[in-house]
Ligand binder design. Structure first.
Ligand SMILES: Cc1cc2nc3c(=O)[nH]c(=O)nc-3n(C[C@H](O)[C@H](O)[C@H](O)COP(=O)(O)O)c2cc1C
Length: 404
């Protein structure tokens, strides 16, 4: 063999061994552009997505929260983090996660883990999504785009608030690859409602999220006076001159039936906290139920979302998907919500902290951390697939206290 081809041969072999070496250590660093091309059925490869986790000493959502809060002025910090009145529900959203214990079963083959879930026919890398929240542009330049990019990079769904600072169409044009759900209200002017819903459908949004717990804004004592809602930066409202742009106060479940007739895409009802409302929503045509209390920002004293989840799952869980948000701050929280019947779990404030911390990369880091933590607890608890996270995998801490 000529000398130069011997060299080439040796070089190629050494590269292959290097590559295999990385694989064996579980340290394979996959370039970003390859990650987006990974088949979703190769979630184990996503475990290598530690590119952003650990940067700047960011390992948990707590770290991201602190980093973000350091950057925010007091007004925006309160606007983002605080809740309604005495913040009982805001606190309860978190506390209730601590009232459940994870039940591990050991000696289970978890070598091939799969975190993927199907959502209206699309595959998500994990049951983790981004809730719709407004004022993204105040947290970071081009915040509406940045959140969509961060979610798309992770490969998951992003809720887009009707009050966003860019239009439905602008976001769709700039981020066509993001899986976008448009959050809508029933406005006093039903023509405006219908038009907005149909614009979202035309622009390729995959679902409408109808928020039902916000016909008036909650009373937030600590909320900033400096972040007054400025109609001019709610880009989607602009075309409706002369319309009554307020959120309607005369809404009934018939409006859900009506909204369903205006679009072909699924309609998700967000803000449900009781089995009774879940039943009425499904009977009115809802395609999924989103258990939420608006992150404790509306009525103070309503149940924490994890408290409300079981009765809703038992009422409608066999007919439609049930999602949850509120107080989710780590992978173990997600595990508990899944065990209690949620199909997908969403985060609001954590995505905003990620945005403040580092734009789309920060949002992606938040999702990566949650992914990594969920994968970790699944591995140790003996639940290699999402389906295997059954009801028996959590128990109320009270059961142990009572000795039952
Ligand atoms: C600053 C802020 C703005 C929000 N804006 C909206 C909104 O425009 N539409 C909506 O349906 N929910 C809105 N929400 C509620 C979120 O969608 C979500 O239900 C809540 O943040 C989940 O709780 P978490 O922040 O503890 O994850 C907002 C929440 C926050 C914190």
């Amino acid at each position: 063999m000529p000398f130069y081809s011997k060299c080439l041969h040796t070089y190629l072999l050494s590269q292959i061994f290097l590559y295999l070496g990385y694989l064996c250590q579980g340290n394979l660093i996959i370039p970003d552009n390859m990650i987006s091309n990974l088949p979703d059925r190769a979630p184990h490869l996503r475990l290598t997505r530690e590119i952003t986790v650990g940067k700047d000493n960011i390992y948990s959502l707590r770290d991201i929260e602190s980093a973000a809060n350091e950057k925010l002025d007091a007004g925006l910090r309160d606007y983002l983090n605080r809740g309604a009145q005495n913040e009982i529900t805001l606190g309860a959203n978190r506390e209730v996660f601590n009232r459940y214990r994870i039940i591990p079963r050991y000696m289970v083959d978890v070598s091939k883990r799969n975190l993927t879930v199907q959502l209206f026919g699309e595959t998500l890398p994990a049951p983790i999504g981004v809730s719709p929240f407004g004022r993204r542009h105040l947290f970071y330049k081009d915040g509406d785009y940045e959140v969509a990019i961060g979610a798309a990079k992770f490969g998951t769904v992003v809720g887009v608030s009707s009050g966003s600072s860019v239009t439905i169409e602008e976001l769709a044009e700039r981020e066509p690859n993001a899986m976008k759900w448009f959050q809508i209200f029933i406005f006093s002017d039903r023509n405006m409602t219908k038009d907005m819903a149909q614009r979202a459908e035309r622009a390729g949004y995959k679902a409408l999220v109808l928020t039902v717990d916000h016909n008036s804004g909650g009373i937030r004592y600590h909320d900033t006076k400096s972040v007054k809602v400025n109609n001019s930066d709610r880009a989607n409202y602009r075309p409706y001159t002369g319309a009554n742009k307020g959120i309607a106060n005369d809404v009934t479940w018939d409006d859900v039936k009506w909204l369903k007739r205006q679009v072909q895409i699924p309609v998700v009802i967000k803000g449900v906290l009781t089995a009774g409302d879940a039943r009425l929503a499904v009977n009115s045509g809802a395609d999924a139920i989103f258990v939420s209390n608006h992150g404790g920002r509306q009525i103070d004293g309503v149940p924490a979302t994890l408290e409300a989840l079981p009765e809703i799952v038992s009422e409608v869980g066999r007919e439609v998907d049930v999602y949850l948000d509120g107080g989710v701050r780590n992978g173990n929280d997600i595990f508990k919500a899944l065990a209690l019947g949620a199909k997908v779990v969403f985060v609001g404030r954590p995505a905003a902290w990620g945005l403040v911390y580092n734009g789309s990369e920060g949002v992606n880091t938040v999702l990566d951390i949650l992914y990594k933590e969920l994968d970790n607890v699944m591995a140790i608890a003996g639940t290699p697939t999402i389906r295997s996270i059954s009801r028996s995998r959590v128990r109320s801490a009270d059961d142990y206290r009572k000795g039952v």
